[in-house]
Design a protein around this ligand. Structure first.
Ligand code: PMV
Length: 353
């Protein structure tokens, strides 16, 4: 049963994929061709906060993201939010909902705001609707809003198993190692653009699967790399991990480039960052940092705390020239949680605060 007129607030954070998901075998249920693995980032650095309230006093559903009211009939919103409808049905509730969500990082610029947003929303809805679903069940629901969101349902290193069943019941995320496994490991996020991406990942990956003959070799290559990645992370073998991370990012972006029409998310500054990281590794004679890019031009550079200074100095010139606009540094995060006593909603008037 939905718990009416009570605001529920949760926080969640994005994840950065080490082995990427790019391509669906089922568009509606969001079932991927290959498994993927990511690190959930710290909510202390990149956070989505979401408050929601179900109430008979509301005449219609309303969603505010970063202060802006979203059109509920917008295609993208509908594609993502049908899962809320599903959850409401599971709870047997007809009450309308007000959702207020805030990201403290640029939305839709490859910093995985949809993953963080959907995971947090599903997590909060589970409490607000009194559903008491398990994290695994929640990851299955989040997956259907945005694939990568299922991985943000857990902290630490998270695997999204591709599964093979047609109904998607075996395609869910699970934690491989918790956030305490490798405290030395950090993610240096170098923002090179705050613009919204031109091609959504949903449209982009569909285009790749449909038009790119090179895609055929992708699923098996990704699965093999995923096993090596998990092994390297388990042994805290940074050199081996870095190799897999960079190879997979490069393979995904090469697939995007060779899609018709060609999709290019990286910008000149992204390539300069790749050069800087490779030069640093070459100078050291081993991998001390690894770059990776999701569907956007912002770099995420995985490294160890002891190399943070060196990485930052390798990026200093780009920072000075304004090619890197902002830098954020995150360790592994713990996954979504309730924020008791916090609210982004004015409970009396049922409007955003
Ligand atoms: O789930 P989406 O639609 O946000 O797609 C995410 C795809 C990548 O970020 C590029 C890769 C990944 O696995 O996160």
């Amino acid at each position: 049963m939905a718990i009416l007129d009570k605001v529920f607030t949760a926080q969640g954070s994005p994840n950065i994929a080490f082995i990427k998901y790019w391509g669906k075998r089922d568009e509606k249920l969001i079932l991927p061709y290959n498994s993927s693995v990511s690190l959930t980032l710290s909510a202390g650095v990149l956070r989505t906060k979401t408050s929601m309230v179900f109430s008979k006093r509301l005449k219609e559903d309303a969603l505010f993201i970063d202060g802006q009211r979203m059109a509920m009939d917008d295609k993208e919103i509908r594609e993502r939010l049908w899962i809320l409808e599903k959850m409401r049905k599971m709870a047997g509730s007809g009450a309308k909902v007000l959702i207020v969500s805030r990201n403290d990082f640029p939305a839709a610029s490859g910093l995985a705001s949809s993953a963080s947003g959907i995971a947090t929303l599903v997590y909060a809805a589970n409490s607000a609707l009194g559903l008491q679903l398990s994290p695994k069940e929640l990851s299955i629901i989040a997956r259907q809003g945005s694939g990568s969101a299922c991985r943000s349902m857990f902290g630490g290193l998270v695997v999204w198993r591709r599964g093979s069943k047609r109904d998607g019941s075996d395609s869910y995320a699970e934690q491989a190692f918790d956030e305490r496994h490798w405290p030395e490991l950090i993610d240096i996020i170098a923002v090179t653009s705050q613009k919204r991406k031109k091609v959504s990942s949903r449209a982009g990956m569909r285009q790749t699967v449909e038009t790119n003959p090179l895609y055929k070799s992708r699923p098996a290559a990704a699965e093999a790399r995923l096993r090596k990645t998990i092994r390297a992370y388990g042994k805290r073998d940074f050199g081996a991990l870095a190799e897999q991370i960079m190879a997979d990012s490069n393979e995904m972006h090469a697939l995007m480039l060779s899609t018709r029409p060609s999709i290019r998310y990286l910008n000149p500054a992204s390539f300069e960052i790749m050069d800087a990281v490779e030069a640093l590794n070459l100078g050291k004679g081993r991998n001390v940092a690894a770059y990776t890019f999701d569907a956007g031009p912002n770099a995420q550079i995985i490294t160890l705390r002891k190399h943070q200074k060196e990485v930052l100095s390798a990026l200093a010139a780009l920072r000075k020239e304004g090619k890197i606009i902002e830098i954020k540094i995150s360790g592994a995060g713990s996954g979504p949680m309730r924020l008791e006593g916090e609210s982004l909603i004015d409970e009396e008037r049922l409007i955003p605060k």
